[in-house]
Write a protein that binds this ligand. Structure first.
Ligand code: C5P
Length: 208
């Protein structure tokens, strides 16, 4: 069983994916972390983000178990990840890794931008989780403040819009809702309501 969850930055898809994996007894992969891990390695070595040959080499040696979300969630790593995500050869390498994760029993929840369209086009069920840019910026700002980090709503909103634009306009595997994905707009929902809605959608799809 494969659950594909796509959506823009700060849509809440990561939290949902983790909880859904727990609920249905599946493994979970946040595919954004794979792009972030490659970007972080390039940054750490002071290499240009456009160096695709090196990026592919890093991707080939990536150990999913070693990806540390707390380190990789840094803002500048997210920006760099979105820049290297336009590289077609790098995407092929990471997609291979992501698919092999999904192939292992008992199945998995994968979240990202192109799971339903490219990584797992035959997924059991596909969700496209979104929310208005303003709602997402508000949630991201609150989350950063609650961790004691500095956050400014206006600049968070600006960053999110720029990242949405880059992710949805790129030519290779742009972020988009798959034709057979169910849209879950969480603008007016709290996480609990969104979770229940997602559980209902997946339970229905699983039983058909
Ligand atoms: O989801 P997250 O913010 O961690 O993703 C970081 C960046 O990685 C995204 O902005 C996007 O450019 C890229 N990404 C992607 N395809 C995925 C997951 C993430 O292009 N499946």
């Amino acid at each position: 069983m494969i659950v594909a969850i796509d959506g823009p930055a700060a849509s809440g898809k990561g939290t949902l994916a983790r909880r859904l994996a727990d609920h249905f007894g599946l493994r979970h992969l946040d595919t954004g972390l794979t792009y972030r891990a490659v970007a972080a390695a390039l940054l750490a070595q002071g290499l240009p983000l456009g160096d695709e040959a090196v990026a592919i080499e890093i991707a080939r040696n990536l150990d999913l178990a070693q990806m540390d979300k707390s380190v990789l969630s840094a803002h500048e790593i997210g920006e760099a990840a979105s820049r290297i995500a336009v590289l077609g050869g790098l995407r092929e390498e990471l997609v291979r890794l992501q698919r092999s994760f999904g192939d292992l029993p008992p199945g998995a929840v994968l979240d990202g931008r192109d799971i339903g369209t490219v990584v797992c086009p035959d997924a059991t069920v596909k969700l496209f989780v979104t929310a208005s840019p303003e709602a997402r910026a508000r949630r991201r700002t609150d989350e950063m403040l609650s961790k004691g980090q500095e956050a400014n709503y206006a600049s968070v909103l600006e960053d999110l819009k720029r990242r949405d634009e880059r992710d949805s306009k790129r030519t290779v595997a742009p972020m988009k809702q798959a034709d057979d994905a169910v849209l879950l707009d969480t603008t007016e929902m709290d996480i609990e309501t969104a979770f229940q809605a997602a559980v209902d959608i997946i339970s229905r799809a699983k039983d058909t």
